[in-house]
Ligand binder design. Structure first.
Ligand SMILES: Cc1cn([C@H]2C[C@H](O)[C@@H](COP(=O)(O)OP(=O)(O)OP(=O)(O)O)O2)c(=O)[nH]c1=O
Length: 194
């Protein structure tokens, strides 16, 4: 069974490449729409599932992995900022507070009709940031393709006071949970490259 990561995210690819598993990457073209009043956990699992199904419906024999990451501050979902002004606004809101980073994961193999959905939550506390700190961060240009307008794997690390939970979940792929799901549902052991 071939394995496909249904993602255009270079971070997700890199995290999975750190294991021995052989896989291909194919980008899903779904529209990532967030419905009004939809609970955050439902959002990430639904979007991960939609990305996964988009690819699985063409590659029915393969095992497809999809993921979706959002940032949640006081029950409000922050996706990717549309421009640098919105990025500035998002980082200002996150300053001095704790937010959740939630990643949904979906695993689908249509031939065996197996569909697995799960999510992982990490807590991230930001330092109290000055306007200058936020400006300095925005000019690094790493905000735009990231939920919550920051990347903890880059300069975003300098904004963080404390994290609770899986670091890799924040970067976009909770590899430890994914390993459990692959083993439990598909008999794939990442220690041995599948
Ligand atoms: C909070 C945070 C998010 N992110 C990224 C992870 C995700 O790539 C992105 C959230 O967008 P997603 O829509 O989850 O993923 P994507 O559009 O990058 O890739 P694809 O849908 O093709 O799989 O934010 C970081 O890289 N670092 C961080 O610290």
């Amino acid at each position: 069974m071939n394995i496909i990561l249904a993602s255009a995210s270079p971070r997700r690819k890199e995290i999975l490449e750190n294991t021995n598993m052989k896989f291909d990457t194919i980008k899903s073209e779904i529209d990532e729409v967030i419905l009004e009043h939809e609970p955050p956990k439902s959002v990430v699992m639904r979007l991960a599932f939609e990305k996964c199904m988009d690819i699985a419906s063409e590659y029915k024999n393969d095992l497809v992995i999809g993921a979706d990451t959002i940032v949640v501050l006081d029950d409000v979902i922050l996706g990717k900022p549309k421009d640098l002004d919105e990025a500035y606004e998002m980082i200002s809101k996150l300053s001095g507070k704790t937010h959740q980073v939630i990643t949904g994961i979906s695993l689908i193999n249509l031939v065996s009709n197996k569909k697995v959905l799960d999510y992982v939550v990490s807590n991230v506390k930001f330092k109290k940031l000055s306007q200058e700190d936020i400006k300095d961060y925005i000019q690094t240009n790493e905000s735009l393709d990231k939920a919550g307008a920051y990347g903890i794997q880059g300069y975003g690390a300098l904004l963080v006071e404390e994290i609770q939970g899986d670091y890799f979940n924040i970067v976009g792929l909770p590899i430890s949970r994914l390993s459990d799901l692959l083993k439990g549902h598909f008999g794939i052991n990442l220690f041995y490259g599948g």
